[in-house]
Structures are given as structure tokens and as C-alpha cells.
Write a protein that binds this ligand. Structure first.
Ligand code: TYM
Length: 359
């Protein structure tokens, strides 16, 4: 029997930040360590997703490679035979399945997601907690552009990314929850109509349980902890980029927005989001080191978080320097060939089902 598939993708329109790391990269690395040999693990760069909002196209190709190196530096063992890394655009079946799925996606379904963005923009932070799309809309507004069809449509491309490989588990941050639910709905609809075509991804609850968290992770901005930490250019002090110098990152932690309580206590995201966010970062980065923080004052607590974040970055930067580029490229190209076959086999099944190929 084929192994169950764990899959995730991270866009490469920019460098990764701490939210990407804690929300998606670290869970994948931990799952790989925990279940070595039991599952197939796909970790890819959805490069076609990179320009749903305006970007510098001149840097995209190199940024993709840089981000693949981060996977390795962060601890992804690419020598494991069941682990595959690839670039989405090197496997054309992603684009073709997207078109087919498009024709089984209701306009209203995607509209709800985009309408939601509008609502979120008006309603402010609460609504924004549920989706990251608003960040992209803001980026677009900043860039002076208008929404392109790709932005509207990208949940379908994401569904294709998942369904092509029969992924059951998709570790992602909280902002991708809506897209995972949409993927399940679409797969269910397709299966009802054409027979068992796609593996249904696990429910959000099952996903979180599998990853070992109660909920998907949502790291907040250090400056504005009601919002998520994001790549957005308008919040550099609130975002720790993985390329930040350790001392620069420490400074961001020390100046993070908190509240006027005296001690750390047991903060919750509702009433004390800033401190709760720092505690969450500490717990995820260095499990156990949060044991005795409740009696700490904010200054000492921030020092502790800053120390852990800067140690993490120093270590990551050293590992990044040591990544063997040639080995990485060889693995990438071999995996792209292998995954192309898997993706094409799924696509052929679908093509037959919808009448594009003979049965
Ligand atoms: P992207 O590239 O915006 O983000 C990559 C991953 O990082 C997570 N993330 C966060 N997690 C916690 N806290 C944060 N502040 C934070 N910011 C980002 C995201 O939830 C995501 O897991 N459409 C996807 C990429 C994608 C994909 C896929 C993911 C394309 N195809 C198939 C999974 C499976 C996206 O734009 O993520």
C-alpha cells in the first residue's frame, strides 16, 4: 500500500519570516523526525502562487532557490527516500488540473472568500484573524494595482497542489484554514460525481491533532499583535525575517508591543495578545523554556525570548551557509521527475473521468 502523504507549500515571492517557520516549516521538520519512513513527505515551492500580487519578477527565480535552502537549513532531511522537494511550475499537471477543477468550482464559493476579504477590511482585526488574504489585498492597494484573476482563483491552484498527490495531512498556519476546507469540499464534490478520484484531506481538527497542536499556529505581528505576522512591507518592526541579524531580531522582541501588567502570568490572546504571542514564540522555538516564566517581569521575559530567537537565527544562518547547493539541485531535479509522474497519473485519471481521454 502507498504511504499516506504529508504535504505543504511555501510561496517564494519573498524571504520567509518567523511565522512561516513556526506555522509550516517547523511542523514539517518535526513530523519528518517523528515519523521517519512511515509517511511520504512533500515540501514544495508553489512558485506559480508567487505573483497573485505584484512582485519583482527579476528576483523570483533566485528567491525560490534561497527558500529551498532554508528548508534544508531548518532541518528537513532531504536524504530520506520518502521526502520530496520540488517547484510547482516544473510540474505542469498543477496548472492543468487547476483548469479542470475551476470548471467544478462555483463562482459563489470563491466569491465568498473574496467578499470575505472586503468584509475583513471593513470589520478590522477580528475578521482578519481568519484569513491572510486581506494582507494581499493591502499589498495590492499599496502597489497601486487592481486585483487580478489569479488572486481570485488561487485557492483552486492550491487545491490542485494538494489533490494531485493524494495528501492527507497539510500542515499550514491558521490563515490557510479556509483554503483547506475548500479543498475538501471540492474533492468531495468531484468524488461524488466521478467516483473515488481524490484522497480527502483530513479535517482541520484531525490535521491539528496530527501535527500536535490544538489549532493551526498563528504568529502575530510584534508591533500590532491583533494582526498576523506577515511578509508585508509595511510592518518591518513587527516581523522577524529569517534573514534578520540575531541582534536586530532581539531588538524587535525587546520593543514588542505588550500591555501594562507587571508579570507574565498566563496570558490569553483575547486580552493580552502581545505577551501571549511572545510566549507562543518561546514555547514553539524552545519547548520547556517557558516553564518558569509566569512570575517574570516583562523586561526579563523579553530578554529570555530575545535570547532564544537570536540563538535560533544564529544557528539557522550557520546551517544555511553549510547547505550544499549542488546536492540540493540534484535532489530537486530528481524529485521533480518523480513527482511529475505521480501528478500525471492523477491527472490522467481525472482526464479520463471528465471525458478528455478514452477510458
Ligand atoms: P504562504 O506562502 O503565504 O505561507 C506559507 C506558510 O506559512 C504559514 N504562515 C503562518 N503561520 C503562522 N503564523 C503566521 N503569521 C504565518 N504567516 C504565514 C502559512 O499558513 C503557510 O502554511 N497558499 C499558500 C501556499 C500554498 C500551499 C499549497 C500550502 C500553495 N499551495 C498547498 C499548502 C498546500 C500560501 O500562500 O502560504
Amino acid at each position: 500500500m502507498n504511504k499516506e502523504v504529508i504535504l505543504t507549500g511555501l510561496r517564494s515571492n519573498d524571504e520567509f519570516h518567523l511565522g512561516n517557520y513556526l506555522g509550516a516549516i517547523l511542523p514539517m521538520v518535526k513530523l519528518q523526525q517523528k515519523h521517519a519512513g512511515e509517511y511520504q513527505l512533500n515540501m514544495f515551492i508553489p512558485d506559480l502562487h508567487s505573483f497573485t500580487t505584484p512582485i519583482d519578477h527579476g528576483t523570483l527565480y533566485d528567491q525560490t532557490h534561497q527558500n529551498l535552502k532554508v528548508f534544508v537549513a531548518a532541518g528537513l532531511d532531504i536524504d530520506q527516500p520518502d521526502t520530496f522537494i520540488y517547484r510547482q511550475s516544473y510540474i505542469p499537471a498543477h496548472s492543468e488540473l487547476t483548469w479542470i477543477l475551476d470548471c467544478f468550482t462555483y463562482l459563489g464559493e470563491l466569491n465568498r472568500m473574496t467578499q470575505f476579504k472586503d468584509k475583513a477590511a471593513k470589520a478590522g482585526n477580528d475578521a482578519e484573524q481568519i484569513t491572510s488574504d486581506i494582507e494581499r489585498v493591502k499589498e495590492m492597494m499599496l502597489a497601486g494595482g487592481t486585483a487580478n484573476v489569479g488572486l481570485f482563483n488561487y485557492p483552486v491552484l492550491m487545491a490542485a497542489d494538494i489533490l494531485l498527490y493524494g495528501a492527507k495531512y497539510v500542515p499550514v498556519g491558521e490563515d490557510q484554514r479556509q483554503h483547506l476546507e475548500f479543498t475538501r469540499d471540492l474533492a468531495e464534490r468531484f468524488n461524488k460525481r466521478f467516483g473515488e478520484m481524490f484522497v480527502l484531506p483530513a479535517t482541520i481538527k484531525e490535521q491539528a491533532k496530527f501535527v500536535g497542536t490544538q489549532e493551526p499556529v498563528r504568529i502575530r505581528s510584534l508591533r500590532n499583535p491583533d494582526r498576523k505576522m506577515s511578509k508585508s512591507i509595511d510592518d518591518p518592526a513587527g516581523t522577524i525575517m529569517l534573514s534578520d541579524k540575531p541582534e536586530e531580531a532581539a531588538k524587535k522582541i525587546m520593543t514588542a508591543t505588550t500591555d501594562n501588567q507587571a508579570k507574565v502570568g498566563s496570558p490569553d490572546f483575547e486580552s493580552r495578545p502581545g505577551i501571549a504571542n511572545l510566549l507562543q514564540i518561546l514555547k514553539l522555538l524552545s519547548p520547556g523554556s517557558e516553564a518558569n516564566v509566569s512570575e517574570m517581569n516583562y523586561e526579563d521575559f523579553k530578554q529570555l525570548v530575545a535570547k532564544n530567537v537570536s540563538a535560533f537565527l544564529s544557528n539557522l544562518h550557520a546551517k544555511l551557509k553549510a547547505v550544499d547547493d549542488r546536492e540540493l539541485m540534484q535532489k530537486l531535479e530528481a524529485d521533480e521527475l518523480a513527482m511529475r509522474q505521480v501528478a500525471e497519473a492523477t491527472l490522467l485519471k481525472v482526464q479520463k473521468a471528465v471525458g478528455l481521454r478514452p477510458l
